[in-house]
Structures are given as C-alpha cells and as structure tokens.
Design a protein around this ligand. Structure first.
Ligand code: ADP
Ligand code: ASP
Ligand code: MG
Length: 430
C-alpha cells in the first residue's frame, strides 16, 4: 500500500514525540512493505511564536517570542501588505522545515531510510497569495524517485512555491491540506491525519467531555464543521479529499485505535439530524447605525471589505426607519481593526454620520448535519435549548445543513454543551 501520514504540531511537539513518530513511521512502512510519505507540522506553538516574534519586531519590542502552544492563533500585524506577507511566509514556513529534518534524522538514526523535503523540493505549486495560498499543481517526480529508492519521504507541511519561486504558506492549519493534496498527487491508498485526539468528535472533546467519537462523517458535514470552528481539519483538506476521492482517516498519533473516516454521503446518513456542534471564538461583530437606506449602500460596504480581502460572515440588515437602516455583520476577529479603519474612511458612512460599533466579545455556535435537509424544527429546538439556559441570541444564519447563532462570548461553552445535550449527541445513533 501507499500511505500518507500527517503528524500535527502536538504529535511532533518534543524530541520524545519526534522519536515516537519516527518509530511509528518505521512500523507503518514495515507492516506489509508499504510506501510511506509523511507530512509534518511545526512543533506545537512554533508558528505562533514566529508570528509573535515578527509582531514584536514591528512594535519595537524585544525577545524571541515565547512558545504559545494551546492558545488562540496569533494574528499577524500587517495582513494585506504584500511585502510583509511574503516575508512572513518565509519566516513561518521554517517551523515545518525543522520538524521534517528532525523526523527524517530520527528515522535514519533508528536504522530506517528517510529523506526530508521542503518548499521547492516538494514540487508543490501554489498561487501568489503568500500566507493563504491555494495549491495549483504538484510535480511528484522527485517524490516518486524517493519511493523507488525505498525511502520514507518526510515532507514539510504548510508550504509551497508560487510561479516566481517565492515560498508560500497555505493558511493556518494548512499541513492537513498539504497531506491530502500530496496523497492525491501520489495516488495514495489512504491519507491518515494523526493528531492529539482519537478522531472527529460530535464536538471539541476538550470543551465537552461527553463528546462522542464519530465512526464516519460526510465530506459536506466535515467541511461545515471545519469552517465553523472545528480545528481538527483545515477546510481545504476536506474539499481536496472530496474532489480527488482521497480516503481520509483522522486518528490519534498516540494509539492505534480506529479513528474517523471522512466519506461520501450515503442515504443512511440523513437519519441523523445533527452530526456535530462547533464553537468559533474568532469572530467579531460590527454594527453600522443609521446607514442611508438607498440602493448601493450595502454593496459599497461589502465591496470595500471584500476588496481588502476581509471575509464577511453573517449579515443582518434591519428594517428601515426614516430612510435609515442598521447593518450588522461579523468578520474574523483578526480583521476587526482593519475593517473599522476601512469603514471609517468611507464617505458614504461619514457623510451620513453613521456610528461604527465593534464587539469582540461574541462567538458563534453552529449545529451541522445532512439530516437537516429532511427534518423540520431543528432551529426551533436549538433556540429552545439556548432559551432554557437564558442565553440571548444576537444573530442567526441557516443553510441547508447548518444553523449558526451568535451569542456573548462568555456563554459560548455553555451554549455548546446545551446544544450537544439537546440533540443527545453523546448517545450513539441507532
Ligand atoms: P494538529 O496539531 O494535530 O493539527 P489541531 O490542534 O489542529 O491538531 O486539531 C486538533 C484539535 O481540534 C483537538 O485537540 C481538539 O481540541 C480540536 N477540535 C475541535 N473540534 C473538534 C472535533 N469536533 N473533533 C475533534 N477535535 C476537535
Ligand atoms: N504550523 C501551521 C499552523 O500552526 C500549519 C499546521 O500546523 O497545519 O497553522
Ligand atoms: Mg491542525
């Protein structure tokens, strides 16, 4: 078999863990004489440390940045500025290079045969979006030659090169996408994502202890959960798996238990209404009061933000009074400042005396399941569960297979547990 294994940051987070990874790689290769391509993340906390160090540099501060494992992602200082993003990408891609070299070295030390590959050596070509690049093609000849030599190829995740040969990175959590894309390129039989939990759960098992491990989950559900805050897989990795038919298995790097398979939807899956619940703390809310209620207002606002690469999520426009209207929407918290600056410069709003109110203390909770297509009353049940806990809902949005609500940040975990209980997700479906 040809196997791709991706080890995340915690799984390579110390020298002991790196040795354990090397051991597992050797065993995986030996079981059935497999060909093995390994993708590694930076050691836990390293990407954030590098970003924090760059932030300090620009702030005139001192220090190399502390290891920041387990905390929220650090926001880069000057996103949107091309030369800054180019250098940031050069900088943060180094974390994965260190891990790849260390894992390959450990395998060789144990008597195995490994070779690490980084950036241009991987043949992973992307577009020009330095810190949020998309994969365009993979030239796999060099990888194939290593397989022919019987080597374990240890690839630095998260990185590629653009048409000019610049190093690009694939967005936070991007090593998952490296792994699935490489698995598609070398036509691997399976892509295993080895992480610090036993698989994909009904919700984050670190927040809700009675979350249940799922045996399988449909691509569409996983894409929704990932985009709504479940960090276990980067969204694009699932999109790739779906598009190229890559068999994707999320499991623990610490044991050999069967994890969760991400699979094409089948008819049985609709019998479960809610598959999972996700919490996203990285959103912030913007309210624009008394905007002129004339054609083109929201278009100007959202074109301004979209043009600057700021992704707007939920939007509410209130009924108009006296030809004025309030518009509320959410953006990633890391973009809040920039969004505010852009909007304060918009003549349309300044001339109308619009107030720009921002609120970081919110979060978004979402329930997801393909069964929602065929079951009614799901949103009502979710709202009732939140009302029961006295949690006020600030915004709502729905799609065919999800319901999302925005609530005050301090109620986020309570809301997550309330919804998990309301849909009895801890019990195995019949
Ligand atoms: P890695 O470093 O291996 O890439 P991540 O930290 O990116 O790992 O993702 C794994 C983490 O995702 C888990 O530790 C868990 O806290 C979090 N997580 C959030 N939602 C879920 C979920 N539904 N199922 C499993 N893990 C989840
Ligand atoms: N090291 C990168 C990050 O922290 C990529 C990854 O871990 O997947 O975002
Ligand atoms: Mg990850």
């Amino acid at each position: 078999m040809r196997i791709v294994q991706k080890y995340g940051g915690t799984s390579v987070g110390s020298l002991a863990r790196i040795r354990a990874v090397a051991q597992r790689c050797m065993e995986t290769k030996a079981e059935g004489d497999n060909e093995l391509l390994v993708v590694v993340s930076a050691m836990a906390g390293e990407t954030d440390r590098l970003i924090a160090m760059a932030n300090r540099l620009l702030d005139g501060g001192e220090g190399r940045g502390d290891s920041l494992a387990g905390q929220a992602w650090v926001a880069p200082k000057r996103s949107g500025n091309a030369s800054y993003e180019r250098e940031l990408s050069q900088l943060i891609s180094t974390g994965e290079k260190v891990s790849a070299a260390m894992v390959a070295m450990a395998i060789n030390e144990m008597g195995g045969q490994a070779v690490s590959m980084v950036g241009h050596q991987l043949g992973l070509r992307t577009d020009r979006r330095f810190t949020n690049a998309r994969i365009q093609a993979i030239e796999s000849e060099r990888l194939e030659r290593a397989f022919e030599r019987g080597q374990i190829v240890v690839c630095a995740g998260f990185q590629g090169i653009d048409p000019e040969g610049n190093i690009t990175t694939l967005g936070r959590g991007g090593s998952d996408t490296s792994a699935v894309a490489l698995a598609a390129a070398v036509k691997a039989d399976v892509c295993e994502i080895l992480t610090d939990v036993d698989g994909v759960f009904t919700t984050d098992p670190r927040i809700v202890p009675n979350a249940r491990k799922l045996r399988r989950i449909a691509h569409e559900e996983m894409i929704e959960l990932a985009s709504l805050g479940a960090k276990v897989l980067q969204i694009r990795s699932v999109e790739f798996a779906m598009k190229y038919g890559v068999a994707l298995h999320v499991r623990s790097s610490l044991n050999r238990n069967e994890g969760t398979w991400i699979v094409a939807e089948d008819r049985d899956m609709e019998s479960v209404v809610v598959r999972g619940v996700a919490l996203d703390r990285n959103e912030a809310k913007v309210t624009l009061t008394d905007c002129p209620d004339v054609p083109g207002t929201v278009s100007t606002i959202f074109q301004t933000l979209g043009g600057a690469g700021i992704v707007v999520d939920m939007i509410i426009q209130n009924a108009s009074r006296n030809e004025r209207t309030d518009v509320t929407f959410t953006v990633p918290e890391s973009e809040l400042e920039r969004a505010g600056e852009l909007l304060r410069e918009l003549p349309l709003l300044t001339n109308a005396g619009t107030e720009i109110l921002t609120d970081r203390d919110i979060c978004k909770i979402s329930i997801v399941g393909v069964g929602m297509r065929t079951h009614a009353g799901v949103a009502a049940k979710a709202f009732a569960a939140l009302a029961e806990e006295d949690i006020n809902i600030q915004m709502v949005s729905t799609s065919e297979i999800k319901v999302s609500v925005v609530v005050e940040e301090r109620y986020g975990e309570l809301a997550l547990r309330a919804l998990h209980d309301a849909f009895v997700l801890d019990a195995a479906p019949k």
